[in-house]
Structure formats: structure tokens, C-alpha cells
Design a protein around this ligand. Structure first.
Ligand code: BJW
Length: 239
């Protein structure tokens, strides 16, 4: 990656491409459509207000599906990096994921920020408490804390503010290397992290099946399936 300062702190941003080989559809595969609805038209607070059954059905289906999937070699390699990198270098690895599945955790990662929320959480809009949730929401189950039947998927829709942005920007400020894996670069603010990190002095690397929309912002792009390029990159770092 050319002339660069010593790498200690690494921030990794992942998107749907890291889970694609586990059998979870990406957003912009199939033309970004679900039952002929554009994802942008289902994943919004307006859509939920207009047609809650449609939106709850969409998320119930996906919540059930992820529980049948397994982490792939990319998830496992990132967990291995998080475990060994601090011992080797004294640096830190932070994983920021846009994914709402739990495959990073099941692959062994511990320092994970889910900036777009989590499928396996339900958020009660009455008492504002999040509860771990595996079943459906379409039948309006009561909140385990306050009993109100006002649970919604704990995911960040368009127009809502992504989670833990302060922590993410603090980590970007300390990053020596920013790596983006399997994301199209179509959705902000995540799509802007590469520019933020680069302006703050980090090296930037993209690992993706094909070039993302913001590919030209990266110092380097390596193209290929995540299950191959991610383990190869981790081995190179830990060598
Ligand atoms: C592989 C692979 C393999 C395949 N191996 N790779 C105009 C301009 C700029 C911004 C805006 C604008 N108008 C509105 C906005 C803001 C808006 C936005 O960005 N809209 C765009 C459509 C333009 N953003 C928001 O509203 C966000 N909030 C916000 O901005 O608040 C203001 C604020 C921010 C910060 C501080 C203070 C205030 C919220 C965005 C919420 C996004 N939510 C979703 C749904 C989550 C719940 C759910 O799962 O349903 O998040 S949308 C969807 O897109 C989901 C994803 O996390 C996100 C990103 O998708 P991702 O992961 O990149 O997937 P794909 O499918 O796009 O790409 C897959 C990639 O993998 C591809 O590149 C493939 O090549 C690759 N791939 N197989 C490796 N095997």
C-alpha cells in the first residue's frame, strides 16, 4: 500500500457483501427489490406508518432467515484479526457494520458497532427499551418491559440517525488504516467514512466483489469474493 505510517489502529466497515456468501441477499442484488417494492420504500419510517404490516412482514422474514445462516470465512478471519492484532502491535481493531445480522458476533468478533441496528432486537417506542427478539412482530406482541404493543424492528431506516456515530468518528480520528468490505458506497453517512478517514491521515483499502461507488477515494482496491480476499488480507497483516 505504498509509503505509509506504521499501522496500529484499524477501523473496518462492513456491508451486505460480507454476508452474501452466507446466503443473505445484499440490498442491491435483485435490483434492490423485495416483492416489487424498492428497499428504499420499505426501509423508511413513512413506510412503517403507512403500511406497518408490509414492513413488519419484511423484517419478520429476514429475522427468521438470518437465524438459519452461518458465518463464512470472511467473518471468521475478521474475528481472528481482532484477537491477534492487539497482541502483535498494541493497536486496536474496531468493526463497524452496516449489517443487521449477527454473523460477525457468531464468527467471534467482540468489538462490533451495528450502526444500522440489529434484526435480533425489538425497540419499544412506548418505553424506549430494546429487548432481544427472535420471533415475529407482525402479531404485535407486548413489550417484555412495559407490555405496550408498540414494538418495531430496531433497525435504522432512511431519514433516521445511525447509531453510535460519536464513537465511530472518534475511532476514525485514531485510525491508521480504514478498510471497507462488501459495501456499495451508496448509503450515507457510511459511504463518506473513507473520505473522512483519508482526510484524517489514514491509509484506505477497499475489499469488494466489484468497485464500489466511492472506489476512487481509496488508496487501494482488491476485488474478489469476501470469503477469499478477506482471509488473504488478514493473513498478510498477521504474517
Ligand atoms: C460482495 C459480495 C461478495 C456482493 N464478496 N463483496 C442524498 C445524498 C446523500 C445522502 C442522502 C441523500 N438523500 C438522503 C440521504 C441520506 C440517506 C442516504 O444515504 N440515502 C441514499 C439512498 C442516497 N441516509 C440516511 O438516511 C441515513 N441517515 C442519515 O443520513 O441521518 C443523518 C445523519 C447522519 C449522521 C449524523 C447525523 C445525522 C440512514 C441510512 C439507513 C440505511 N438503512 C438500511 C436498512 C437497514 C435495515 C435493513 O436491513 O432493512 O441499511 S438501507 C441498506 O443500505 C441497509 C444497508 O446497511 C445499507 C448499505 O447497503 P450495503 O451494505 O452497501 O449493501 P449493498 O447491497 O448496497 O451492496 C453490497 C455490496 O457487496 C456491493 O458493492 C457488492 O459488489 C458487494 N458484494 N457480494 C464481497 N461475495
Amino acid at each position: 500500500m505504498g509509503d505509509m505510517r506504521e499501522i496500529r489502529n484499524i477501523v473496518i466497515l462492513t456491508g451486505a457483501g460480507v454476508s452474501a456468501e452466507s446466503g443473505i441477499d445484499t440490498f442491491r442484488s435483485a435490483g434492490g427489490l423485495w416483492e416489487n417494492h424498492r428497499v428504499e420504500d420499505v426501509a423508511t419510517p413513512d413506510a412503517f406508518a403507512r403500511d406497518p404490516n408490509l414492513v413488519l412482514r419484511f423484517y419478520d422474514m429476514r429475522r427468521a432467515a438470518i437465524q438459519e445462516k452461518e458465518p463464512n470465512a470472511a467473518h471468521v478471519a475478521l474475528a481472528r484479526l481482532e484477537e491477534h492484532w492487539p497482541q502483535r502491535t498494541g493497536g486496536k481493531v474496531l468493526l463497524v457494520t452496516q449489517n443487521v445480522d449477527d454473523l460477525h458476533e457468531r464468527g467471534g468478533s467482540r468489538r462490533v458497532i451495528h450502526m444500522h441496528g440489529e434484526h435480533l432486537n425489538a425497540w419499544c417506542t412506548s418505553c424506549d427499551v430494546r429487548s432481544r427478539w427472535w420471533g415475529p412482530l407482525i402479531d404485535r406482541p407486548p413489550c417484555p418491559v412495559c407490555s405496550a404493543r408498540t414494538l418495531r424492528p430496531d433497525v435504522v431506516w432512511f431519514g433516521e440517525v445511525p447509531y453510535r456515530m460519536g464513537e465511530i468518528f472518534a475511532a476514525l480520528r485514531e485510525a491508521d488504516l480504514f478498510v471497507s468490505i462488501g459495501t456499495s458506497g451508496a448509503v450515507y453517512p457510511a459511504a463518506g467514512f473513507v473520505k473522512n478517514a483519508r482526510e484524517l491521515g489514514a491509509q484506505t483499502l477497499e475489499l469488494n466483489l466489484e468497485r464500489s461507488q466511492g472506489s476512487h477515494h481509496f488508496h487501494e482496491s482488491r476485488l474478489g469474493p469476501a470469503s477469499e480476499v478477506v482471509p488473504a488480507w488478514v493473513e498478510e497483516l498477521l504474517r
